[in-house]
Design a protein around this ligand. Structure first.
Ligand SMILES: Nc1ncnc2c1ncn2[C@@H]1O[C@H](COP(=O)(O)OP(=O)(O)OP(=O)(O)O)[C@@H](O)[C@H]1O
Ligand SMILES: [Mg+2]
Length: 297
């Protein structure tokens, strides 16, 4: 089943990490899915949203982050026992017991420098592909939190993941970020690329006519596959990134319109993933009318 999703917009601050967090917690607490988050941002923001500073620092000191996994596999060319790097029980939502994380570390930037210096791009892509092949069969949904910009690592996720999902703010600069991303996708098509799962409009102010214009403009381009449900700007979502010292209920973390919007987005996301998988199996299924043993010419 194709279920690995790179969450990406070349523009920073559009809510990629917040969306990854709220989608993962909702898919776990409400939809009973096993969700793996891969933190591919050297700022480790999603890791800090899911782990206390002490626990994150301990994992970094013990060499149990995405950086250590990639250094072993890409720079040292050794086989990696990937489940060692997956941390369970990471959310502060008490119903979200099936959120898992491969955390990140600042050293990711240095790792990327080594990859470029040594021209190890092909090996990086092979390692990323192998990791995604493993986790695809174990988790229901895999969300990769990408940093803004287009690094060699982000390119590998985008070429090896099944889908990409792009949060955007309904404003000029964020939509430019999507345009840069669209052009990037058009380069070297022979190298493969994730399928577009859609654009999610985040931080929407229902009273802004300018934002309504941007939403209409984005939606008019069918290639964007804009989600029907937008995500409002709410103080609950703004504060969701602050890990609570004590566990709280799902509705305490995502009250009212925040939970209504995130649930609807999850529903749409699951339907799109299911539809894409159904379409893929329909095209790969053998023709039942073909004689047994015949080969397609
Ligand atoms: N729907 C929302 N309502 C209110 N605030 C939001 C919402 N979504 C995100 N934010 C806030 O916007 C800011 C940027 O969000 P976030 O860090 O998730 O963006 P990002 O795209 O991951 O940023 P970066 O590009 O730096 O990784 C944060 O302060 C976050 O709390
Ligand atoms: Mg982020």
């Amino acid at each position: 089943m194709r279920n690995t999703i790179a969450v990406m917009n070349t523009k920073g601050g559009v809510g990629k990490s917040t969306l990854v967090l709220s989608l993962a917690e909702t898919l776990s607490a409400v939809f009973r899915k096993n969700v793996l988050i891969i933190d591919s941002d050297s700022q480790a923001s999603i890791s800090a949203m899911l782990l206390s500073a002490t626990n994150l620092h301990r994992l970094q000191s013990d060499g149990l982050t995405i950086v250590d996994l990639l250094v072993a596999s890409v720079l040292n060319n050794v086989a990696v026992d990937w489940p060692r790097f997956v941390v369970g029980g990471v959310s502060d939502v008490d119903e979200a017991r099936t959120v898992y994380l491969i955390p990140s570390d600042m050293q990711l930037t240095l790792f990327e420098r080594e990859v470029s210096k040594e021209s190890l791009h092909a090996r990086l892509r092979t390692s990323i592909g192998a990791l995604l092949n493993h986790v695809r069969g174990v988790f229901d949904i895999v969300l990769i939190d990408c940093p803004p910009g287009l690094s060699v690592l982000t390119e590998s996720w985008l070429r090896e993941a099944d889908f990409h999902l792009s949060p955007t703010k309904p404003d000029y600069v964020s939509t430019c970020g999507l345009e840069v991303f669209r052009r990037f996708k058009g380069l070297n098509p022979e190298m493969g690329f994730a399928e577009n799962l859609g654009v999610i409009i985040n931080m929407r102010d229902q009273h802004s006519a300018v934002e309504a214009d941007y939403q209409r403009w984005l939606s008019e381009n069918a290639d964007n596959r804009v989600f029907a449900q937008t995500i409002p700007r709410t103080s609950a979502l703004q504060h969701a990134s602050h890990l609570s010292a004590v566990e709280r209920s799902y509705m305490a973390k995502y009250p009212g319109e925040s939970s209504v919007a995130i649930r609807a987005v999850c529903q749409e996301l699951l339907s799109r993933v299911a539809a894409a998988n159904a379409a893929a199996s329909a095209t790969s299924a053998p023709d039942p009318s073909a004689p047994v043993g015949s080969k397609a010419s």
